[in-house]
Ligand binder design. Structure first.
Ligand code: CUA
Length: 289
């Protein structure tokens, strides 16, 4: 397309230059002032050729580009990951029951079917390095193939305006060698480990009793909320709040203590629990490997 567009561009510039060079001479080159020939040339170069080129490019883009990025055929992919867009985070679930948020792991050099859904408004799942974008439409499942040629971390971003924190609705795709992916998946399928330190044990109690559990799930505990992201293996993630902050104890504290100051409009409320309880909850969450 670039080659064709360049030829057309050079042709157009060439005709402009020719027009300037011949500015004092009436009529067109070769045909002079022959009315019929002039009309023919104008229609040919002004309409005929452009229409033919545009139609050809349209057909090529439909046959080649769209087909190549189309929803995968049944059976052509090795696994399926379902991602649900929420205001403002991404919930990802795997066929074996593993659930995570905002950090999607896939095996490298393996075609993965990504099924995109929405829990509220229209979002758009987009990892520019892995494929085109796919809209997440309420009540509908769209799908696209993700295929990573090389291992790496690929940034994704919501590409459809979805409210106040649309810009902070990012995520990461981790493409990993098969072995590493399998061990990640296996550990993600396990329920959360019990808290070890005294502070973490207190933190778990506050988490379950003071409101967090109403919105979040931690598998293996009574926390079964589905409003916010699943936190079963939160400590295994590199970022929090949809790729907004690094997952450090300091940032986690800042985030849970006053979510509205980090992401104004987020559905996560500040619960006003006091620093001691927040420190304990952070101690608990950082043990959720
Ligand atoms: Cu979700 Cu923009």
């Amino acid at each position: 397309m670039l080659v064709v567009a360049s030829i057309v561009f050079l042709g157009a510039v060439g005709m402009l230059v020719m027009g300037w060079v011949r500015r004092d001479r009436p009529g067109l080159p070769f045909v002079g002032e022959n009315e019929t020939a002039n009309t023919f040339l104008v229609v040919l170069f002004g309409m005929g050729i452009p229409i033919a080129i545009l139609v050809a490019l349209f057909v090529i883009s439909d046959l080649v580009l769209l087909k190549e990025t189309d929803a995968p055929d049944a059976g052509s992919t090795a696994m399926t990951v379902t991602v649900v867009g929420h205001q403002w985070f991404w919930e990802a679930s795997y066929e074996g029951g593993a659930e995570t948020a905002n950090e999607i792991h896939i095996p490298v050099r393996t075609p993965v079917e990504l099924v995109a859904r929405s829990a509220d408004v229209i979002h758009s799942f987009w990892v520019p390095e892995l494929n085109r974008k796919i809209d997440m439409i309420p009540g509908q499942a769209n799908s696209i193939e993700l295929y990573a040629e090389r291992p790496g971390v690929f940034r994704g971003q919501c590409a459809e305006f979805c409210g106040l924190q649309h810009a902070h609705m990012a995520f990461r795709v981790y493409a990993e060698p098969r072995r590493r992916f399998d061990s990640w998946l296996a550990s993600s399928e396990r329920p959360a480990a019990d808290p070890q330190s005294t502070q973490a044990k207190q933190g778990q109690r506050y988490f379950l009793e003071d409101g967090c559990a109403a919105c979040h799930t931690i598998a293996g505990t009574q926390a079964e909320g589905t409003v916010g992201p699943n936190l079963t293996h939160l400590a295994g993630r590199d970022t929090i709040a949809a790729d907004t902050l690094p997952n450090t104890p300091e940032d986690l504290f800042r985030w849970i203590q006053n979510p509205q100051s980090v992401k104004p409009g987020t559905k996560m409320p500040g619960l006003g629990l006091g620093a001691k309880k927040y420190h304990a909850i952070v101690a608990y969450l950082t043990e959720l490997r």
